[in-house]
Design a protein around this ligand. Structure first.
Ligand code: SF4
Length: 416
C-alpha cells in the first residue's frame, strides 16, 4: 500500500543550486565498513588539508549555505578530522559529521566539539556488516543507535541525527524505528530514511559518457534482488500504519517530475510518551523564510536548544493549521501546556530514479552537492565523474544505437 500525498498541499523547500541549506564535503574515500547500499568505492585515499580548503573555496564561490556535511568514506578515518571540523567552522558554517560511528570515542567527540562541531548524523542500519552486529535485526540496532545518542547527549550542545537505508526487507521495521525515535525524542533530533537505489541497471539501459558507450558493471552493487523502487509514499504508508495522522509538511521535488518526493520532511512535536501533532507547511515555511531574512541563509539543522521549545511555538497558532490542531489538543488536556515539548524531524530521501524513457529524476535543489574538478557535482553519483570524467546519460535498451554505429566501448578503470 502507498500513501496518498499531494505535493501542492505541502511547502516546497526553497533550496536551490546557489542558495541552499547545506553542501557535502568528502575529505576521504576510505571507509571502515562495507555497507550493502553504499554507492562509493572504498579507496584508502585521504584529501590533504590544502585540497579540502580548495573544495571549501568552491562552496564559498558558488553556494550560500548554513552547514556542511563532512562525509566520505567515513570522515573519522581521516587523521586530521578535528582540523577539518575547525576549517569548516572557521568559515562560519555549521560542521555536521556524517559517520558510521565505528571510530568515534567520547574524547574525540569532545575534541571535535571544541573545534566547532555542530552535530552528527550517524548512518546505522542492519546491512552494514558491522563487527559484532552481524545478523542483528534493524530493531536490535536500536541499542547501537542509543549508545551514540547518549554519548552525544553527555557531551551536550550537539544535534544528533540518524540515517538508515531502507531496503525491501527492512521496510516493515520503519514503524519500530520511528517509535524508538519518539522514545528518545529529547536526545534524537532527526531520523532519515533513505530508499535503497542502484546506480545503474544494465538490463534496462545503455549508458553513455558524452557520445561514448560505457561499461557500468563495476558501478552496480552485488545483485541483492532487492526492490529499487521504494518511494516516499511507501515509507509514509508504513509509518501511517501506526500513526494514521502522520503528516509531512515540506518536500523537494525531482528535476524531471514535479510530483516526486525526493526529500520529504515531517516535523512532529511531543514527549517521549506521546506525539501531540505535526507542524504544518506554513510553519516550516516561516522557519525557512525567517532564517533567511535574519541570517541570509536557509536553515540546515536547528540547534538543540531550539528543538526543546515545541511549546512556545504554539503561540504561532494563527498562522499554521498543524499548530492549531495541537493547541486544540492542549485546550482539552491543559497539562500539555506545562510540559516540555520536543521537536523532531523525520526525513525520507529518494535518490535518483531513471524513468522509462531514460530521463534521470534527481533532487531538484540537491542539498548534497559536493565538488568535482572545481565544480559542484551530485555526491550520490560522484563515481561516474571519477570513472568517466562526467555524469552518464541513460538510454533505454530499445532505443539503443545499433552496434555498428557505436563508438568504442570505454571500459571501467578503478583509480586505485
Ligand atoms: S541528488 Fe543525489 S546527492 Fe543530491 S540530495 Fe539527491 S540523492 Fe543526495
Amino acid at each position: 500500500m502507498t500513501a496518498a500525498l499531494d505535493h501542492r498541499e505541502l511547502y516546497r523547500l526553497p533550496w536551490n543550486l546557489s542558495d541552499n541549506a547545506i553542501a557535502w564535503l568528502e575529505p576521504t574515500m576510505k571507509c571502515n565498513l562495507a555497507c550493502e547500499g553504499c554507492y562509493r568505492a572504498n579507496i584508502n585515499e585521504h584529501k590533504s588539508l590544502e585540497e579540502i580548503g580548495k573544495d571549501l573555496d568552491v562552496f564559498e564561490r558558488y553556494r550560500k549555505i548554513d552547514g556542511i556535511s563532512i562525509a566520505g568514506g567515513d570522515p573519522l578515518t581521516h587523521p586530521q578530522v578535528v582540523d577539518i571540523v575547525r576549517m569548516v567552522a572557521d568559515r562560519g558554517w555549521k560542521p555536521i559529521l556524517n559517520t558510521n560511528g565505528l571510530a568515534l570515542t567520547e574524547d574525540l567527540l569532545r575534541e571535535m566539539k571544541r573545534a566547532g562541531l555542530f552535530g552528527l548524523t550517524f548512518h546505522i542500519d542492519s546491512k552494514q556488516h558491522r563487527p559484532k552486529w552481524k545478523n542483528k535485526t534493524e530493531q536490535e540496532h536500536n541499542a547501537l543507535r542509543l549508545h551514540f545518542a547518549e554519548m552525544v547527549a553527555r557531551v551536550g550542545g550537539l544535534t544528533c541525527s540518524f540515517n538508515s537505508t531502507i531496503y525491501e526487507d527492512t521496510l516493515d521495521s520503519i514503524p519500530d524505528l520511528v517509535a524508538w525515535a519518539q522514545e528518545h525524542i529529547d536526545i534524537v533530533h532527526v531520523m532519515v530514511f533513505i530508499c535503497y537505489r542502484e546506480p545503474a541497471d544494465p538490463k534496462r539501459f545503455d549508458y553513455y559518457a558524452g557520445a561514448r558507450k560505457v561499461d557500468v558493471s563495476a558501478l552496480t552493487y552485488e545483485d541483492t534482488g532487492q526492490r529499487v523502487d521504494i518511494s516516499a509514499h511507501d515509507v509514509v504508508a508504513k509509518i501511517r500504519e501506526r500513526w494514521p495522522d502522520f503528516a509531512p509538511a515540506a518536500y523537494l521535488n525531482g528535476t524531471e517530475r514535479p510530483d516526486s518526493f525526493k526529500w520529504l520532511l515531517t516535523v512532529r512535536v511531543g514527549t517521549r510518551k506521546r506525539i501531540y501533532g505535526y507542524l504544518g507547511h506554513k510553519m516550516v515555511e516561516m522557519a525557512q523564510v525567517w532564517n533567511h531574512l535574519t541570517t541570509g541563509r536557509y536553515m540546515a539543522y536547528a540547534p538543540p536548544a531550539m528543538v526543546r521549545r515545541g511549546r512556545s511555538m504554539l503561540l504561532l497558532w494563527p498562522f499554521d493549521r498543524g499548530l492549531r490542531r495541537m493547541l486544540w489538543r492542549a485546550l482539552r488536556s491543559p497539562s500539555l501546556l506545562f510540559r516540555r515539548l520536543y521537536i523532531q524531524s523525520i526525513m525520507v530521501i529518494t535518490p535518483v530514479e531513471v524513468l522509462d524513457d531514460g530521463r534521470q529524476d534527481m533532487c531538484d535543489g540537491c542539498p548534497d552537492m559536493t565538488v568535482w574538478n572545481g565544480e559542484l557535482a551530485w555526491s550520490c553519483r560522484l563515481e561516474e565523474c571519477i570513472h568517466y570524467g562526467q555524469f552518464m546519460r541513460t538510454v533505454p535498451k530499445e532505443h539503443a544505437i545499433p552496434q555498428h554505429e557505436q563508438p568504442d566501448l570505454v571500459t571501467l578503470q578503478h583509480t586505485e
